[in-house]
Write a protein that binds this ligand. Structure first.
Ligand SMILES: *Cc1c(COP(=O)(O)O)cnc(C)c1O
Length: 368
C-alpha cells in the first residue's frame, strides 16, 4: 500500500470479498444474500461497493433512505434495491427509479398504494415489515387483517418479501428474547402467506443474526457490518477483515516547553519539554470531540500518540514526545490492526458509528 500524503480512507476490496465469502459459508447455498449499503456503505463508498457487489453476484441491496437508492441508480446499479425506511414524500421517486419500499405501517401502506395507482403500476414490488420486538418500525401482528384487506382492493402492488429485524442478535444473554422474536415472525409471516395465496420470500437476520441464529436465515439474509469487517464478537472478528483504513499525515511538528498550552481553550498544558504533531483531520472529518484530551489516540510509526487538547474542526494535535517521526510521515487513525472497534470503545460507542462518521470530504481510495 502506498503511503498516504493527505487524509484518506483506504478501502480494501480484497478484504471485502473475503468477508462476503466468509459470511456466505454461514448460510445455505439456497439462501439469497442482501448487502446493506446504507450510509455510504458504512462510511466507505456506496457506489463503488455496490458495483463490486454486483460483480460478486449479490442478490439484493438495501439502503435506509430513498435518496441513497437514487444515487445508486444514477451510478448505473441495476440490482433490486430495498429501501428500509422510506417516507411518503419520496414514493413517486421510488417508483420512477425502481426502488422497492419497505412498508411498515397502515399509514405508509395506504400512502404507497395511492402513489402506485396514480402511477399506473401493476404488481409493484413491496416488502412488508413486521415489528417483533425492536419496536422501531413495523406492522403489528394485529395489522394482518388490515394488510390483507388493503391488498385485496388493489393490483398496483405485490408483496415480494416479508421481513422483521432482531433487536439483540449480538447479545447471547438475550437469546430467549431473540428466539421469541423468531417464533413470532414465523407465526405472523405464515399467517400472512396463507392469506395472500402466494409465497413472498422471508428474511430476518442482520450480521450477528446470521452468525448466531441459523434457524432464522429463512430465504434471505441481510449483511451489513460483517461485510465491512466486524462481527460484534471477539470470535467472529477473527474471521473478518476490516476493509477501511483511515490514514493521515503529520503536517507540522512543534517542540514546546513545560507549561505551554496546545489548542483551543488551552485545554492541554505540557508537562515538560514535549513534541507535538498536528494532523489534518478533525471533528468535521469524523473525529468526535469526545476523543480530545487523551481519550483517543492515533498510531505514528506503529506507536500510540494520544490526542492532546480539544479536537478542532479540521485538525488534531497529538503527543509524539517519544516517537521517532518527521513531518510528512503517515499516521493511522484506524485500520486492520488498530481497529475502529477498539477506537470506538474508548468513548463508549461501536464500530458502526466510527465507520459511518468519516465525512464525505475525506478522499476514498480503493485497493483491489
Ligand atoms: C442496518 C440494518 C441491517 C444490517 O445490520 P448489520 O448489523 O450491520 O449487519 C439489517 N437489517 C436492517 C433492517 C437494518 O436496518
Amino acid at each position: 500500500m502506498p503511503k498516504a500524503n493527505e487524509t484518506v480512507l483506504e478501502i480494501d476490496l480484497k478484504a471485502f470479498k473475503h468477508n462476503f465469502e466468509y459470511l456466505k459459508t454461514k448460510v445455505d447455498a439456497s439462501v439469497k444474500s442482501l448487502a446493506v449499503v446504507k450510509a455510504f456503505a458504512y462510511g466507505s463508498d456506496a457506489i463503488e461497493v455496490a458495483k463490486y457487489l454486483e460483480e460478486l453476484n449479490v442478490d439484493y441491496l438495501a439502503v435506509a433512505y430513498a435518496q441513497e437508492g437514487i444515487a445508486l441508480r444514477d451510478a448505473g446499479i441495476k440490482s433490486p434495491i430495498l429501501v428500509l425506511h422510506p417516507q411518503p414524500t419520496n414514493f413517486k421517486l421510488i417508483v420512477e427509479r425502481c426502488l422497492e419500499p419497505s412498508l411498515y405501517s397502515p399509514r405508509i401502506l395506504k400512502s404507497f398504494v395511492e402513489v402506485a395507482e396514480k402511477e399506473n403500476q401493476k404488481e409493484y414490488p413491496i416488502h412488508i415489515k413486521f415489528n417483533t420486538g425492536l419496536n422501531r418500525l413495523g406492522f403489528w401482528e394485529s395489522d394482518v387483517d388490515h394488510i390483507i384487506k388493503h391488498l385485496n382492493k388493489t393490483t398496483s402492488i405485490k408483496v415480494k418479501s416479508i421481513f422483521s429485524h432482531l433487536a439483540a442478535s449480538e447479545d447471547l444473554n438475550e437469546r430467549e428474547f431473540t428466539l421469541n422474536q423468531i417464533q413470532s415472525f414465523k407465526k405472523i409471516s405464515e399467517e400472512l402467506i396463507s392469506r395472500l395465496g402466494y409465497q413472498p420470500f422471508r428474511h430476518m437476520t442482520n450480521t450477528s443474526g446470521i452468525l448466531n441464529y441459523p434457524e432464522a436465515h429463512f430465504d434471505m439474509v441481510r449483511t451489513g457490518i460483517g461485510l465491512y469487517g466486524f462481527g460484534n464478537s471477539v470470535k467472529e472478528n477473527k474471521h473478518l477483515k476490516p476493509i477501511a483504513t483511515l490514514k493521515s499525515v503529520i503536517s507540522q511538528i512543534h517542540m514546546i516547553e513545560k507549561g505551554e498550552s496546545v489548542g483551543y481553550n488551552r485545554a492541554y498544558k505540557s508537562l515538560g519539554f514535549e513534541k507535538t504533531a498536528t494532523i489534518p483531520i478533525g471533528h468535521a472529518d469524523g473525529i468526535n470531540r469526545a476523543y480530545g484530551n487523551g481519550n483517543g489516540h492515533i498510531f505514528v510509526n506503529g506507536k500510540k500518540a494520544p490526542i492532546i487538547g480539544n479536537v478542532c474542526m479540521d485538525m488534531i494535535m497529538v503527543n509524539i514526545t517519544n516517537i521517532d517521526c518527521k513531518e510528512g510521515d503517515e499516521v493511522i487513525v484506524f485500520g486492520k490492526e488498530h481497529t475502529a472497534e477498539t477506537l470506538a470503545e474508548n468513548i463508549g460507542t461501536i464500530s458502526y458509528e466510527i465507520l459511518t462518521a468519516v465525512s464525505q470530504r475525506v478522499k476514498r481510495v480503493f485497493r483491489r
